[in-house]
Design a protein around this ligand. Sequence first.
Ligand code: BG6
Length: 491
Amino acid sequence: TFNKQATITVLGASGDLATKKTFPALFGLYAQGHLPEKVRIFGYARTDLTDEAFRERLSSKFELVGPNTKEKAEEFKKLCHYVQGPYDKAEGFAGLNKAIEKVEKEMVASGEVPNRLFYLALPPVVFGSVCGQLKAECYLGDGKGHTRVIIEKPFGRDLETSRELQKQIAPLFTEAEIYRIDHYLGKEMVKNLLIFRFANLPMTSWWSNQYVKTVQITFKEPFGTEGRGGYFDGIGIIRDVMQNHLCQVLSLVAMERPLSFDPEDIRDEKVRVLKAVRPIEHRNVILGQYGPNEEGKPGYLDDASIKSKDSKTPTYAAIALEIRNERWDGVPFILKAGKALNDSKVEIRIQLRPVARGIFHDITPNEVVLRVQPNETIYMKVNTKYPGLSTQTVATDLDFTYHRRFTNLVIPQAYESLILDCLKGDHSNFVRDDELDEAWKIFTPLLEDIDAGKLPVEVYPYGSRGPESVSKFVQKLGYVIPKNENYIWTN
Ligand code: BG6
Protein backbone atom coordinates (compact mmCIF):
# COMPACT_ATOMS: atom_id res chain seq x y z
CA THR A 1 0.00 0.00 0.00
CA PHE A 2 2.73 2.46 0.92
CA ASN A 3 4.47 1.73 -2.38
CA LYS A 4 1.59 3.35 -4.30
CA GLN A 5 0.83 6.45 -2.28
CA ALA A 6 1.62 8.02 1.05
CA THR A 7 2.17 11.26 2.83
CA ILE A 8 5.30 11.50 4.93
CA THR A 9 5.35 14.08 7.71
CA VAL A 10 8.58 14.97 9.47
CA LEU A 11 7.94 16.50 12.87
CA GLY A 12 10.80 18.61 14.13
CA ALA A 13 11.37 19.54 10.50
CA SER A 14 13.59 22.54 11.18
CA GLY A 15 15.94 20.64 13.52
CA ASP A 16 19.35 19.11 13.09
CA LEU A 17 18.34 15.47 12.66
CA ALA A 18 15.71 16.30 10.04
CA THR A 19 18.02 18.56 8.05
CA LYS A 20 21.10 16.36 8.25
CA LYS A 21 19.58 12.90 8.02
CA THR A 22 15.83 12.58 7.41
CA PHE A 23 15.36 14.91 4.43
CA PRO A 24 18.58 13.88 2.65
CA ALA A 25 17.48 10.24 3.07
CA LEU A 26 14.01 10.99 1.71
CA PHE A 27 15.58 12.80 -1.21
CA GLY A 28 18.03 9.93 -1.81
CA LEU A 29 15.09 7.51 -1.97
CA TYR A 30 13.19 9.83 -4.27
CA ALA A 31 16.16 10.28 -6.62
CA GLN A 32 16.57 6.48 -6.86
CA GLY A 33 12.87 6.00 -7.52
CA HIS A 34 12.08 4.33 -4.19
CA LEU A 35 9.45 6.64 -2.78
CA PRO A 36 5.78 5.77 -3.45
CA GLU A 37 4.49 6.65 -6.91
CA LYS A 38 2.36 9.37 -5.38
CA VAL A 39 3.98 11.04 -2.43
CA ARG A 40 3.83 14.36 -0.61
CA ILE A 41 6.08 15.38 2.21
CA PHE A 42 5.22 17.66 5.09
CA GLY A 43 7.46 19.37 7.56
CA TYR A 44 5.99 20.36 10.91
CA ALA A 45 7.78 22.48 13.52
CA ARG A 46 7.35 25.51 15.74
CA THR A 47 9.56 27.80 13.68
CA ASP A 48 7.69 30.20 11.43
CA LEU A 49 8.74 29.39 7.85
CA THR A 50 7.26 29.83 4.39
CA ASP A 51 7.14 26.78 2.08
CA GLU A 52 9.93 28.42 0.09
CA ALA A 53 12.23 28.99 3.08
CA PHE A 54 11.50 25.47 4.31
CA ARG A 55 12.40 23.96 0.93
CA GLU A 56 15.71 25.81 0.90
CA ARG A 57 16.50 24.65 4.42
CA LEU A 58 15.58 21.01 3.92
CA SER A 59 17.68 20.75 0.78
CA SER A 60 20.79 22.33 2.29
CA LYS A 61 22.43 18.95 2.97
CA PHE A 62 21.40 17.10 -0.19
CA GLU A 63 24.13 15.23 -1.98
CA LEU A 64 23.91 16.44 -5.54
CA VAL A 65 26.04 13.84 -7.30
CA GLY A 66 25.07 11.73 -10.26
CA PRO A 67 23.11 12.57 -13.39
CA ASN A 68 20.01 14.77 -13.15
CA THR A 69 20.20 15.13 -9.39
CA LYS A 70 19.79 18.92 -9.52
CA GLU A 71 16.57 18.53 -11.51
CA LYS A 72 15.44 15.77 -9.17
CA ALA A 73 16.11 17.99 -6.16
CA GLU A 74 13.91 20.70 -7.69
CA GLU A 75 11.14 18.16 -8.35
CA PHE A 76 11.47 16.80 -4.83
CA LYS A 77 11.26 20.23 -3.24
CA LYS A 78 7.97 20.85 -5.01
CA LEU A 79 6.52 17.82 -3.20
CA CYS A 80 7.35 19.35 0.18
CA HIS A 81 5.11 21.59 2.26
CA TYR A 82 5.50 23.21 5.62
CA VAL A 83 3.03 23.50 8.47
CA GLN A 84 3.92 25.58 11.51
CA GLY A 85 2.53 24.66 14.91
CA PRO A 86 3.22 23.83 18.56
CA TYR A 87 3.90 20.29 19.83
CA ASP A 88 1.34 20.27 22.61
CA LYS A 89 -1.83 21.87 21.24
CA ALA A 90 -4.63 20.36 19.22
CA GLU A 91 -4.96 23.35 16.83
CA GLY A 92 -1.53 22.76 15.37
CA PHE A 93 -2.22 19.12 14.63
CA ALA A 94 -5.72 19.83 13.36
CA GLY A 95 -4.08 22.25 10.92
CA LEU A 96 -1.59 19.58 9.89
CA ASN A 97 -4.41 17.10 9.38
CA LYS A 98 -6.25 19.55 7.14
CA ALA A 99 -3.15 20.16 5.05
CA ILE A 100 -2.60 16.41 4.66
CA GLU A 101 -6.25 15.76 3.80
CA LYS A 102 -6.11 18.41 1.12
CA VAL A 103 -3.24 16.75 -0.74
CA GLU A 104 -4.68 13.29 -0.12
CA LYS A 105 -7.81 14.36 -2.02
CA GLU A 106 -5.65 15.27 -5.00
CA MET A 107 -3.40 12.22 -4.71
CA VAL A 108 -5.69 9.35 -3.94
CA ALA A 109 -7.92 8.03 -6.67
CA SER A 110 -11.47 7.18 -5.69
CA GLY A 111 -11.64 3.83 -3.97
CA GLU A 112 -8.01 4.06 -2.77
CA VAL A 113 -7.19 4.64 0.88
CA PRO A 114 -4.54 7.12 1.99
CA ASN A 115 -1.49 6.13 4.04
CA ARG A 116 0.41 8.28 6.48
CA LEU A 117 3.91 8.05 7.85
CA PHE A 118 4.97 10.33 10.71
CA TYR A 119 8.68 10.70 11.46
CA LEU A 120 9.39 12.16 14.89
CA ALA A 121 12.72 13.97 14.61
CA LEU A 122 12.06 15.48 18.02
CA PRO A 123 13.54 15.68 21.51
CA PRO A 124 12.06 12.95 23.71
CA VAL A 125 10.37 15.39 26.10
CA VAL A 126 7.70 16.01 23.46
CA PHE A 127 7.36 12.39 22.15
CA GLY A 128 4.46 11.63 24.45
CA SER A 129 2.43 14.76 23.75
CA VAL A 130 3.11 14.63 20.00
CA CYS A 131 2.02 10.99 19.81
CA GLY A 132 -1.15 11.92 21.73
CA GLN A 133 -1.93 14.78 19.34
CA LEU A 134 -1.18 12.67 16.28
CA LYS A 135 -3.54 9.97 17.45
CA ALA A 136 -6.29 12.47 18.24
CA GLU A 137 -6.00 14.65 15.17
CA CYS A 138 -4.10 12.89 12.39
CA TYR A 139 -4.72 9.15 12.80
CA LEU A 140 -6.45 7.31 9.98
CA GLY A 141 -9.30 5.37 11.52
CA ASP A 142 -10.76 1.98 10.67
CA GLY A 143 -11.35 1.30 7.02
CA LYS A 144 -8.88 4.00 6.04
CA GLY A 145 -5.22 3.52 5.22
CA HIS A 146 -2.29 2.76 7.50
CA THR A 147 -0.64 5.11 9.93
CA ARG A 148 2.98 4.45 10.84
CA VAL A 149 5.16 6.33 13.30
CA ILE A 150 8.95 6.40 13.32
CA ILE A 151 10.60 7.39 16.58
CA GLU A 152 14.25 7.75 17.38
CA LYS A 153 16.46 7.59 20.46
CA PRO A 154 16.90 8.63 23.15
CA PHE A 155 14.16 6.29 24.35
CA GLY A 156 14.46 7.45 27.92
CA ARG A 157 17.68 7.57 29.94
CA ASP A 158 17.25 4.29 31.85
CA LEU A 159 14.86 1.36 32.24
CA GLU A 160 12.33 3.34 34.25
CA THR A 161 12.10 6.38 31.95
CA SER A 162 12.05 4.15 28.88
CA ARG A 163 9.11 2.24 30.34
CA GLU A 164 7.32 5.50 31.15
CA LEU A 165 7.70 6.60 27.56
CA GLN A 166 6.49 3.24 26.37
CA LYS A 167 3.46 3.52 28.65
CA GLN A 168 2.56 6.84 27.08
CA ILE A 169 2.89 5.59 23.52
CA ALA A 170 1.55 2.03 23.75
CA PRO A 171 -2.15 2.90 24.20
CA LEU A 172 -1.97 5.22 21.18
CA PHE A 173 -0.24 3.09 18.55
CA THR A 174 0.08 -0.64 18.17
CA GLU A 175 3.55 -2.18 18.09
CA ALA A 176 2.93 -2.86 14.39
CA GLU A 177 2.48 0.88 13.79
CA ILE A 178 5.63 1.90 15.71
CA TYR A 179 9.08 1.86 14.10
CA ARG A 180 11.87 2.56 16.61
CA ILE A 181 14.89 3.56 14.57
CA ASP A 182 18.43 2.62 15.47
CA HIS A 183 20.34 3.79 12.45
CA TYR A 184 23.08 1.18 13.00
CA LEU A 185 20.55 -1.44 11.90
CA GLY A 186 20.44 0.27 8.51
CA LYS A 187 24.18 0.03 7.90
CA GLU A 188 25.16 -2.30 5.10
CA MET A 189 27.53 -4.52 7.09
CA VAL A 190 25.11 -4.76 10.00
CA LYS A 191 22.39 -5.84 7.58
CA ASN A 192 24.79 -8.45 6.23
CA LEU A 193 25.34 -10.11 9.61
CA LEU A 194 22.45 -12.55 9.34
CA ILE A 195 23.43 -13.60 5.82
CA PHE A 196 27.15 -13.85 6.48
CA ARG A 197 26.63 -15.85 9.64
CA PHE A 198 23.82 -18.17 8.67
CA ALA A 199 24.30 -18.67 4.92
CA ASN A 200 27.85 -20.00 5.21
CA LEU A 201 28.53 -23.41 6.68
CA PRO A 202 32.05 -22.59 7.90
CA MET A 203 30.77 -19.56 9.80
CA THR A 204 27.94 -21.46 11.43
CA SER A 205 30.31 -24.16 12.57
CA TRP A 206 32.92 -22.10 14.35
CA TRP A 207 30.71 -19.26 15.63
CA SER A 208 30.71 -20.31 19.30
CA ASN A 209 32.78 -20.69 22.45
CA GLN A 210 34.30 -23.88 21.03
CA TYR A 211 36.41 -21.77 18.67
CA VAL A 212 35.98 -18.13 19.64
CA LYS A 213 38.12 -16.65 22.40
CA THR A 214 36.98 -13.00 22.44
CA VAL A 215 34.63 -10.72 20.53
CA GLN A 216 35.22 -6.98 20.36
CA ILE A 217 32.79 -4.47 18.96
CA THR A 218 34.55 -1.16 18.60
CA PHE A 219 33.30 2.35 17.81
CA LYS A 220 35.89 5.08 17.38
CA GLU A 221 35.30 8.69 16.47
CA PRO A 222 38.12 11.16 15.88
CA PHE A 223 36.18 14.19 17.10
CA GLY A 224 34.89 15.22 20.52
CA THR A 225 31.49 16.47 21.59
CA GLU A 226 32.26 20.00 20.32
CA GLY A 227 29.08 22.05 20.45
CA ARG A 228 26.94 19.03 21.43
CA GLY A 229 27.95 19.17 25.07
CA GLY A 230 24.51 20.37 26.14
CA TYR A 231 23.06 17.09 24.87
CA PHE A 232 25.97 14.84 25.75
CA ASP A 233 26.80 15.90 29.29
CA GLY A 234 24.82 13.79 31.71
CA ILE A 235 24.12 11.30 28.89
CA GLY A 236 27.60 9.94 28.26
CA ILE A 237 28.98 7.52 25.72
CA ILE A 238 27.11 4.46 27.04
CA ARG A 239 23.65 5.97 26.50
CA ASP A 240 24.78 7.70 23.32
CA VAL A 241 26.08 4.72 21.34
CA MET A 242 26.42 1.58 23.47
CA GLN A 243 23.02 0.77 24.94
CA ASN A 244 21.59 1.23 21.45
CA HIS A 245 23.96 0.94 18.46
CA LEU A 246 26.61 -1.44 19.80
CA CYS A 247 24.13 -3.50 21.77
CA GLN A 248 22.11 -3.99 18.58
CA VAL A 249 25.22 -5.14 16.76
CA LEU A 250 26.03 -7.48 19.64
CA SER A 251 22.60 -9.07 19.50
CA LEU A 252 23.01 -9.80 15.78
CA VAL A 253 26.50 -11.23 16.28
CA ALA A 254 25.46 -13.41 19.20
CA MET A 255 21.85 -14.47 18.47
CA GLU A 256 20.81 -17.98 17.48
CA ARG A 257 19.63 -18.78 13.95
CA PRO A 258 16.11 -17.36 13.57
CA LEU A 259 13.36 -19.70 12.41
CA SER A 260 12.81 -17.53 9.35
CA PHE A 261 13.44 -14.03 8.05
CA ASP A 262 10.12 -12.96 9.50
CA PRO A 263 10.82 -9.79 11.53
CA GLU A 264 9.30 -11.31 14.66
CA ASP A 265 11.41 -14.46 14.36
CA ILE A 266 14.53 -12.33 14.08
CA ARG A 267 13.56 -10.06 16.96
CA ASP A 268 12.58 -13.02 19.15
CA GLU A 269 16.14 -14.34 18.88
CA LYS A 270 17.68 -10.93 19.51
CA VAL A 271 15.63 -10.58 22.68
CA ARG A 272 16.55 -14.08 23.79
CA VAL A 273 20.27 -13.48 23.61
CA LEU A 274 20.00 -10.14 25.40
CA LYS A 275 18.20 -11.93 28.21
CA ALA A 276 21.25 -14.15 28.64
CA VAL A 277 23.60 -11.22 29.28
CA ARG A 278 24.80 -11.20 32.90
CA PRO A 279 24.74 -8.07 35.09
CA ILE A 280 27.84 -5.98 34.43
CA GLU A 281 30.50 -6.08 37.12
CA HIS A 282 32.57 -2.98 37.83
CA ARG A 283 35.79 -4.89 37.24
CA ASN A 284 34.64 -5.37 33.66
CA VAL A 285 34.34 -1.66 32.97
CA ILE A 286 36.82 1.06 32.04
CA LEU A 287 35.65 4.63 31.66
CA GLY A 288 37.45 7.60 30.22
CA GLN A 289 37.02 11.26 29.43
CA TYR A 290 39.19 13.08 26.92
CA GLY A 291 41.43 15.85 28.07
CA PRO A 292 43.42 18.39 26.04
CA ASN A 293 46.37 17.20 23.98
CA GLU A 294 49.79 18.67 23.28
CA GLU A 295 48.76 19.97 19.87
CA GLY A 296 46.25 22.29 21.50
CA LYS A 297 43.08 20.26 20.99
CA PRO A 298 40.69 21.11 23.84
CA GLY A 299 39.55 18.62 26.44
CA TYR A 300 35.90 17.72 27.07
CA LEU A 301 35.65 20.15 29.98
CA ASP A 302 37.09 23.01 27.90
CA ASP A 303 34.04 22.92 25.62
CA ALA A 304 31.85 26.00 26.20
CA SER A 305 28.74 23.84 25.88
CA ILE A 306 29.71 21.80 28.99
CA LYS A 307 28.23 23.70 31.88
CA SER A 308 29.50 21.66 34.78
CA LYS A 309 33.26 22.06 34.86
CA ASP A 310 33.82 19.06 37.11
CA SER A 311 31.65 16.77 34.96
CA LYS A 312 32.60 13.09 35.15
CA THR A 313 30.56 12.16 32.08
CA PRO A 314 32.41 9.39 30.25
CA THR A 315 33.30 9.99 26.61
CA TYR A 316 34.91 6.54 26.46
CA ALA A 317 33.84 3.16 27.78
CA ALA A 318 35.13 -0.38 27.43
CA ILE A 319 32.77 -2.97 28.89
CA ALA A 320 33.06 -6.74 28.85
CA LEU A 321 29.70 -8.47 28.74
CA GLU A 322 29.15 -12.12 29.59
CA ILE A 323 26.53 -14.08 27.76
CA ARG A 324 25.53 -17.12 29.79
CA ASN A 325 24.16 -19.49 27.24
CA GLU A 326 25.43 -22.68 25.70
CA ARG A 327 26.98 -20.97 22.71
CA TRP A 328 28.82 -18.13 24.44
CA ASP A 329 29.53 -19.09 28.04
CA GLY A 330 33.13 -18.03 28.74
CA VAL A 331 33.56 -15.68 25.76
CA PRO A 332 33.84 -12.01 26.71
CA PHE A 333 31.99 -9.62 24.39
CA ILE A 334 33.97 -6.43 24.76
CA LEU A 335 32.16 -3.27 23.70
CA LYS A 336 34.45 -0.27 23.24
CA ALA A 337 33.29 3.18 22.26
CA GLY A 338 34.96 6.54 22.41
CA LYS A 339 34.99 10.08 21.15
CA ALA A 340 38.09 12.14 20.36
CA LEU A 341 40.18 9.08 19.53
CA ASN A 342 42.95 8.44 17.02
CA ASP A 343 40.72 6.91 14.38
CA SER A 344 37.31 6.79 12.77
CA LYS A 345 35.99 3.26 12.53
CA VAL A 346 33.43 0.73 13.63
CA GLU A 347 34.32 -2.93 13.54
CA ILE A 348 33.50 -6.35 14.92
CA ARG A 349 36.65 -8.34 15.72
CA ILE A 350 36.33 -12.02 16.54
CA GLN A 351 39.51 -13.69 17.70
CA LEU A 352 39.71 -17.47 17.69
CA ARG A 353 41.42 -19.77 20.14
CA PRO A 354 45.06 -20.71 19.42
CA VAL A 355 45.76 -23.79 17.32
CA ALA A 356 47.14 -26.84 19.14
CA ARG A 357 50.65 -26.32 20.45
CA GLY A 358 53.46 -28.54 19.24
CA ILE A 359 54.41 -27.88 15.68
CA PHE A 360 53.90 -24.12 15.91
CA HIS A 361 55.20 -21.66 18.44
CA ASP A 362 53.69 -18.34 18.98
CA ILE A 363 51.73 -17.94 15.78
CA THR A 364 49.10 -15.29 15.24
CA PRO A 365 45.62 -16.39 16.28
CA ASN A 366 43.01 -16.36 13.52
CA GLU A 367 40.70 -13.41 13.52
CA VAL A 368 37.66 -12.43 11.53
CA VAL A 369 37.10 -8.71 11.30
CA LEU A 370 33.90 -7.22 9.92
CA ARG A 371 34.46 -3.55 9.34
CA VAL A 372 31.17 -1.68 9.45
CA GLN A 373 32.72 1.66 8.49
CA PRO A 374 34.47 3.25 6.77
CA ASN A 375 34.85 1.13 3.65
CA GLU A 376 32.94 -2.09 4.37
CA THR A 377 35.27 -5.07 4.51
CA ILE A 378 35.38 -8.56 5.93
CA TYR A 379 38.82 -10.02 6.39
CA MET A 380 40.17 -13.07 8.07
CA LYS A 381 43.64 -13.33 9.47
CA VAL A 382 45.22 -16.60 8.53
CA ASN A 383 48.69 -18.08 8.68
CA THR A 384 50.35 -19.25 5.53
CA LYS A 385 53.68 -20.49 4.30
CA TYR A 386 55.80 -17.65 3.06
CA PRO A 387 56.18 -18.36 -0.66
CA GLY A 388 59.61 -19.50 -1.74
CA LEU A 389 62.18 -21.99 -0.66
CA SER A 390 61.83 -21.34 3.05
CA THR A 391 59.17 -22.88 5.29
CA GLN A 392 58.59 -19.75 7.26
CA THR A 393 55.03 -19.16 8.54
CA VAL A 394 53.59 -15.72 7.98
CA ALA A 395 50.31 -14.06 8.94
CA THR A 396 48.22 -12.70 6.10
CA ASP A 397 44.61 -11.89 5.29
CA LEU A 398 41.76 -13.30 3.23
CA ASP A 399 40.27 -10.05 2.17
CA PHE A 400 36.74 -9.27 1.05
CA THR A 401 36.64 -5.53 0.56
CA TYR A 402 33.25 -4.62 -0.81
CA HIS A 403 34.34 -1.98 -3.26
CA ARG A 404 36.93 -4.27 -4.83
CA ARG A 405 34.56 -7.21 -5.13
CA PHE A 406 31.44 -5.46 -6.39
CA THR A 407 31.60 -3.07 -9.31
CA ASN A 408 29.32 -0.01 -9.43
CA LEU A 409 28.79 -0.45 -5.74
CA VAL A 410 26.22 1.88 -4.23
CA ILE A 411 25.89 1.56 -0.48
CA PRO A 412 22.73 3.27 0.74
CA GLN A 413 22.76 5.62 3.68
CA ALA A 414 21.45 3.89 6.82
CA TYR A 415 18.46 6.22 7.01
CA GLU A 416 17.53 5.57 3.38
CA SER A 417 17.56 1.88 3.95
CA LEU A 418 15.46 2.10 7.12
CA ILE A 419 12.86 4.54 5.83
CA LEU A 420 12.38 2.25 2.84
CA ASP A 421 11.95 -0.74 5.18
CA CYS A 422 9.30 1.22 7.06
CA LEU A 423 7.46 2.11 3.84
CA LYS A 424 7.46 -1.61 3.02
CA GLY A 425 6.15 -2.42 6.50
CA ASP A 426 9.23 -4.49 7.36
CA HIS A 427 10.09 -4.33 11.07
CA SER A 428 13.18 -6.57 10.92
CA ASN A 429 15.59 -3.68 11.35
CA PHE A 430 13.63 -1.76 13.95
CA VAL A 431 13.80 -2.19 17.71
CA ARG A 432 10.87 -3.97 19.34
CA ASP A 433 9.52 -2.82 22.73
CA ASP A 434 10.80 -5.86 24.64
CA GLU A 435 14.19 -5.58 22.94
CA LEU A 436 14.53 -2.01 24.12
CA ASP A 437 13.55 -3.10 27.61
CA GLU A 438 16.21 -5.83 27.68
CA ALA A 439 18.89 -3.44 26.42
CA TRP A 440 18.07 -1.00 29.21
CA LYS A 441 18.06 -3.80 31.78
CA ILE A 442 21.66 -4.62 30.88
CA PHE A 443 23.01 -1.10 31.25
CA THR A 444 20.78 0.64 33.82
CA PRO A 445 22.42 -0.64 37.06
CA LEU A 446 25.85 0.33 35.72
CA LEU A 447 24.61 3.74 34.57
CA GLU A 448 23.18 4.40 38.02
CA ASP A 449 26.55 3.61 39.60
CA ILE A 450 28.36 5.80 37.09
CA ASP A 451 25.95 8.68 37.70
CA ALA A 452 26.54 8.24 41.46
CA GLY A 453 30.28 8.63 40.85
CA LYS A 454 31.10 5.07 41.95
CA LEU A 455 33.46 4.32 39.06
CA PRO A 456 36.76 6.01 38.27
CA VAL A 457 37.04 7.97 35.02
CA GLU A 458 40.49 8.02 33.42
CA VAL A 459 41.55 11.05 31.42
CA TYR A 460 43.01 10.35 27.95
CA PRO A 461 44.45 12.89 25.55
CA TYR A 462 42.35 14.05 22.61
CA GLY A 463 43.31 12.03 19.55
CA SER A 464 44.83 9.09 21.46
CA ARG A 465 43.79 5.42 21.58
CA GLY A 466 41.71 6.04 24.71
CA PRO A 467 42.48 5.29 28.39
CA GLU A 468 45.84 3.63 28.82
CA SER A 469 44.52 0.74 30.85
CA VAL A 470 42.34 -0.58 28.00
CA SER A 471 45.10 -2.53 26.30
CA LYS A 472 45.89 -4.51 29.47
CA PHE A 473 42.16 -4.92 30.14
CA VAL A 474 41.46 -6.63 26.82
CA GLN A 475 44.55 -8.80 27.13
CA LYS A 476 43.49 -9.90 30.57
CA LEU A 477 40.19 -10.91 29.04
CA GLY A 478 42.04 -13.16 26.64
CA TYR A 479 42.71 -11.03 23.58
CA VAL A 480 46.13 -11.71 22.08
CA ILE A 481 47.57 -8.64 20.40
CA PRO A 482 48.81 -9.88 17.01
CA LYS A 483 52.53 -9.43 16.55
CA ASN A 484 52.37 -8.36 12.96
CA GLU A 485 49.17 -6.49 12.39
CA ASN A 486 49.72 -6.14 8.66
CA TYR A 487 46.29 -5.59 7.20
CA ILE A 488 46.45 -2.58 4.92
CA TRP A 489 43.32 -0.50 4.84
CA THR A 490 42.24 1.14 1.66
CA ASN A 491 39.89 4.05 1.89
C1 BG6 B 1 24.55 8.96 17.11
C2 BG6 B 1 25.23 9.54 18.32
O1 BG6 B 1 23.45 8.18 17.50
O2 BG6 B 1 25.46 8.17 16.39
C3 BG6 B 1 26.44 10.34 17.90
O3 BG6 B 1 24.33 10.37 19.03
C4 BG6 B 1 27.36 9.52 17.02
O4 BG6 B 1 27.15 10.82 19.03
C5 BG6 B 1 26.58 8.88 15.89
O5 BG6 B 1 28.34 10.38 16.51
C6 BG6 B 1 27.43 7.92 15.09
O6 BG6 B 1 26.77 7.54 13.93
P1 BG6 B 1 27.59 7.20 12.62
O7 BG6 B 1 26.55 6.74 11.66
O8 BG6 B 1 28.27 8.46 12.20
O9 BG6 B 1 28.57 6.14 12.99
